[in-house]
Design a protein around this ligand. Structure first.
Ligand code: SAH
Ligand code: SF4
Length: 392
């Protein structure tokens, strides 16, 4: 039989929409709760696994809906075993990347240092767009332009894929004292794309993932990173969900920032900072500023001082990340001494800051890099491009 309509993508649906779908099929009300639990608590990838649903319903779900919109094109684990990266294929032939990072207490990311003592974390970094329209000059994703927005279900599915991987993988060779370590603990929306340019789908996904009857991820364990779309930051301020905000700053003045992140011409630093101040004032939440250190571009002591002045008195934390070099890009990471000097100046001015460890460098775990290597045909061993920088 030729199907005339696309199957309904279950992960695109809110709890109410799922209930409406099953009610429309004449199912009793409690069925949608059962299905929600299969999808988000028991991480079922196919209706056949949903054994407490009647066979006829499982069959109808299999025929008329789809659970997983992702096709795994590539999976790679770093040599130290602590980073896993996927390239997923989506409808329309586009691809996105997702990265899972397994942290021990000792290298927990900086944003947590101000909170509880470091603990073991399983953090997944997800994409919200295939490509990106923002064109930041140092970013592999930015170089290829925007293919399309992801749907809510495609965003949710990346988190579920990482959670399934954790549930089935034997991590006993690594540091892992108990079974609870198999649960995903954090989500960072820092993969491909600009989440605030795909606002509605991103928030639909985050609402699904934080639902207490389902995946039950704490909003405080989610961070959304933006290049600085001021209206989106303002919208985020109004959201009931207490999601963390990270802003990719990379430069303390408009002249330099507009060169690195062209969208700065539309939303200059003063406008972004006004939105961030408002966010902090209303939510009392600490904001993270990301700053990719590029050799000779944005890493001088003078710029560190300028950054310190810009951020003075703000409830914030600066994450310094030596640039992940992108093939065919002229930008290089700052040498360790320069990076450390930059960090020291911020600290001397009382700005909380950390140098972030880069993870999974041997598997191209930087934003957009795996996809670029695999789809450009520029395949060379990942090891060959491993930068000769100390400690990474
Ligand atoms: N579009 C959003 C989120 C995705 S990018 C944003 O820009 O914030 C996630 C982070 O990776 C951003 O801080 C971005 O500036 C950074 N990034 C992009 N390319 C990078 C590179 N080559 N090296 C280091 N960080 C990079
Ligand atoms: Fe887009 Fe973020 Fe890359 Fe800039 S850094 S091009 S906003 S994904």
């Amino acid at each position: 039989m030729i199907r005339s309509v696309e199957p309904t993508s279950l992960l695109d649906l809110s709890k109410d929409q799922l209930a409406a779908l099953l009610a429309g099929w004449g199912e009793p009300r409690y069925r949608s709760g059962q299905l929600w639990e299969w999808l988000y608590r028991r991480l079922a990838a196919h209706p056949a696994q949903m054994t407490n649903l009647p066979l006829a319903l499982r069959q109808r779900l299999a025929e008329e809906t789809r659970v997983d919109p992702l096709e795994t094109l590539y999976e790679q684990r770093s040599r130290d075993g602590l980073t896993v990266k996927w390239l997923f294929g989506l409808a329309g032939g586009v691809t996105v990347e997702t990265v899972l990072m397994l942290y021990g207490g000792e290298d927990a990311p900086a944003e947590d240092e101000t909170k509880a003592p470091p603990r073991k974390r399983r953090t997944v970094c997800i994409s919200t767009q295939a490509g990106c329209a923002m064109g930041c000059v140092f970013c592999a994703t930015g170089q290829s332009g925007l293919a399309r927005n992801l749907t809510a279900g495609e965003i949710v599915a990346q988190v579920l894929a990482a959670a399934r991987w954790l549930a089935r993988e034997d991590l006993s060779g690594l540091e892992r004292p108990d079974r609870s370590e198999e649960r995903l603990t954090n989500v960072v929306v820092m993969g491909m794309g600009e989440p605030l340019a795909n606002y509605d789908h991103t928030w639909q996904a985050l609402r699904i993932l934080t639902d207490g009857d389902g995946f039950n991820l704490g909003a405080r364990h989610i961070t959304v990173s933006t290049v600085g779309l001021a209206p989106g930051i303002r919208r985020m301020t109004e959201e009931p969900l207490q999601i963390n905000l990270a802003v990719s700053l990379h430069a303390p003045n408009d002249a330099l920032r507009s060169k690195l992140a062209p969208i700065n011409s539309r939303y200059p630093i003063a406008e972004v900072m006004a939105a961030v101040r408002d966010y902090i004032g209303r939510t009392h939440r600490r904001v993270t500023f990301e700053y990719a250190l590029m050799d000779g571009i944005n890493d001088s002591p003078a710029l560190a001082r300028e950054l310190a002045v810009l951020l003075r008195g703000l409830l914030c934390h600066v994450n310094l990340i030596p640039l992940n070099p992108v093939v065919e890009s002229p930008y290089r990471p700052s040498p360790p001494e320069r990076a450390t000097a930059f960090l020291s100046i911020l600290e001397a001015h009382g700005i909380p800051a950390t140098m972030r460890l880069r993870r999974g460098i041997d598997i191209d775990a930087g934003c957009g890099q795996l996809r670029r290597r695999l789809t450009d045909g520029a395949a060379q061993p990942a090891q060959a491009r491993r930068p000769a920088l100390a400690g990474r």
